[in-house]
Design a protein around this ligand. Structure first.
Ligand code: 1CP
Length: 369
């Protein structure tokens, strides 16, 4: 069966025959694809050199620079996919909400969302004007990249947490307080953020992104019942609509061991990103049949000696059992202190040892009974 037979309504896209896209679809290919969350960034001297001359926002708002920074890890590491250089708060920042990326901190909101009226600060996103710089970056990358481009967005809960808390948080107490105390306002906020996210992702796919990743980085802070009630329906709406566009959807969060099943329930995602806390064999049992897995080397292991990294990479490959629907990644982002040579070696090792078997993922019924 070919990709075209499988999905006759969707025209073939440029990287549909890449190991990364095939793995996301659970289709045969020859090696386990690998990329790293936060693969562009401070671990790379060539990124630090650009950041010495420009702020984070300048890089994101200058398509040539954003494209260059996206390409750097592809050249340096030989990864099987690139991820657009941007941030999860870029769309709300473009709406004039007053968000800045503070070096060493992350997104900081000048006037955090504290009243129901704050929701009206989020007008609908007009991609061609509000996100023209992002879309130009995507267009450049679609032309220049030798590997598929992953478009991305923050999921409504995670973006809301920055808007409400005003910056990074440990407890998410203000976010949860709004959720429990004023459910109506909560859902309006989530709906607006879901609309913004969907418009942004759709535009990235139209300009050439080969797959998308929805980052619900902080959803692991939620009780499963609350996740199902307050968050999942909004993320589902985004993922379902992107599914119609015919590109693979990866759904990722940190500390989501208890949410893994829900994150891909009823075909909501093609691949679930697994953080490093959950052994992949356990994750496999929690993720629905026919849905792939991405992950999940503990990022801090890469700060230690190569012998330790090698053993843990082989452990991850073994736990994934050579499944055709495994995408190798870290269990969260590259830590800035990581030696790039270690990541280069990880890619080589995964490519050498990660020969894919001819079976589907272990979540699927065995083909030969
Ligand atoms: O000073 C700098 O150079 C800025 C550091 C930085 C970078 C390199 C930030 C600020 N964002 C980014 C780029 C980025 N952010 C990318 C593209 C680069 C790549 O992955 O190769 C992506 C996909 C993101 C997504 C992102 N931003 C997430 C989801 C991923 C995750 O780590 O869970 C989150 C939570 C953010 C918010 C954010 N932006 C920046 C920081 C330091 C943070 C985290 C803050 C916090 O801990 O709450």
């Amino acid at each position: 069966m070919t990709v075209t037979d499988l999905d006759a309504a969707v025209p073939a896209r440029p990287h549909d025959d890449s190991a990364f896209v095939l793995a996301c679809r659970g289709l045969p290919h020859d090696h386990v694809p690998v990329w790293f969350m936060r693969q562009a960034g401070r671990a790379l001297a060539e990124y630090r050199a650009i950041r010495a001359q420009h702020t984070f926002e300048e890089v994101v708002h200058t398509p040539e620079l954003a494209a260059e920074v996206t390409l750097q890890p592809v050249r340096r590491y030989g990864v099987d996919a690139a991820i657009l250089f941007s941030d999860i708060v870029t769309p709300v920042q473009a709406l004039g909400v007053g968000v800045e990326i503070e070096p060493g901190v992350g997104p900081v909101v000048e006037q955090p969302f504290r009243t129901p009226a704050d929701v009206d600060r989020l007008r609908p996103l007009e991609p061609d004007t509000d996100l023209a710089f992002v879309l130009e970056t995507v267009s450049i990358l679609a032309r220049e990249l030798p590997v598929p481009l992953i478009g991305f967005a923050g999921a409504p809960f995670t973006v809301a947490s920055y808007l409400i808390e005003g910056g990074p948080s440990k407890s998410y107490s203000r976010t949860k307080a709004l959720m429990y105390a004023d459910e109506a306002t909560w859902h309006v906020l989530m709906e607006r953020l879901a609309d913004i996210t969907l418009v942004s992702l759709t535009a990235q796919v139209e300009r050439g992104a080969s797959a998308v990743q929805l980052f619900d980085s902080w959803a692991g802070a939620l009780h499963p019942e609350d996740y199902a009630r307050y968050v999942l329906p909004h993320s589902r709406r985004i993922l379902d609509a992107i599914g119609e566009l015919g590109v693979p959807r990866i759904h990722f969060g940190v500390g989501t061991g208890e949410l893994l099943g829900a994150m891909a329930a009823e075909g909501a995602a093609d691949v679930v990103g697994v953080d490093w806390r959950v052994p992949l064999a356990d994750a496999r049992r929690r993720i629905p049949t026919g849905v792939g897995m991405q992950g999940n080397l503990e990022p801090a292991v890469c700060l230690g000696p190569w012998e330790g990294v090698e053993r843990r990479v082989l452990d991850v490959l073994a736990a994934a059992d050579r499944a055709v629907d495994h995408v190798f990644n870290l269990g969260h982002g590259v830590l800035p202190a990581t030696d790039p040579a270690i990541l280069r070696n990880v890619v080589e090792l995964v490519h050498r040892e990660g020969r894919v078997g001819d079976r589907r993922g272990r979540g699927a019924e065995p083909a030969d009974g």
